[in-house]
Design a protein around this ligand. Structure first.
Ligand code: PAN
Ligand code: ZN
Length: 187
């Protein structure tokens, strides 16, 4: 796989960036609902890149905005689509996503466990309200590409998601995208 195309795309759309993070399957074992399935894939294949993002960060500067581009590759672990880890912002800070290519979903969850699912596709905006956890899922056959913009001092809390998961999972059943309860979700 060559990444020069993705780097060119990112540079063309967001200009120079200060952070480029590549997230591989091996670092997502506990985020997918079937960790044993991830282990099996790791044994059978290379450690696939699930997603990567390019970001312009303004170091927790109050009143500034970070922005960047995320690319989630198509794929599944069992019936669960490739997705981001997901997180809550540490501060009460909203975020805007703008779909550029591919098709997917943004799974959002309030601190009390209320879940909302919104489609993410080209020329569509998804608004993530303050205090809602958010995870993005690629439900399509191509790369899902989107822009994100959020306050620079928002901060990221990944621990809640790692410990409790999201209340729902986005999976493929009989060729369709469906939202099911996460049997491992802990309130
Ligand atoms: C996005 C996400 C990006 C990767 O920039 O950080 O899509 O997802 P994870 O951070 O969950 O790995 C964002 O929501 N920033 O706040
Ligand atoms: Zn965020």
């Amino acid at each position: 796989m060559s990444f020069s195309a993705e780097i060119d795309t990112a540079k063309r759309i967001i200009g120079s960036y200060t952070n480029h993070k590549i997230v591989r399957l091996s670092s997502l074992v506990e985020y997918f609902s079937e960790p044993a399935e991830v282990d099996k894939m790791l044994k059978d294949k290379n450690d696939l890149i699930v997603y990567e993002y390019f970001e312009k960060i303004f170091k927790n500067e109050e009143k500034n905005m970070n922005f960047g581009l995320t690319i989630i590759y198509p794929g599944k672990v069992g019936k669960e689509y490739f997705m981001t880890r997901g997180h809550f912002h540490e501060k009460s800070a909203a975020e805007i996503y703008i779909g550029l290519d591919g098709e997917g979903m943004v799974l959002m969850q309030s601190k009390t466990g209320i879940v909302e699912l919104q489609p993410l596709k080209p020329n569509t905006v998804v608004y993530v309200p303050p205090n809602w956890g958010h995870r993005t899922i690629n439900t399509g056959k191509r790369e899902l590409v989107f822009l994100f913009i959020y306050p620079s001092d928002a901060g990221h809390d990944y621990d809640i998601v790692k410990e409790k998961g999201f209340a729902k999972l986005v999976v493929e059943e009989n060729g369709r995208v469906v939202l099911i309860d996460n049997p491992k979700y802990r309130r």
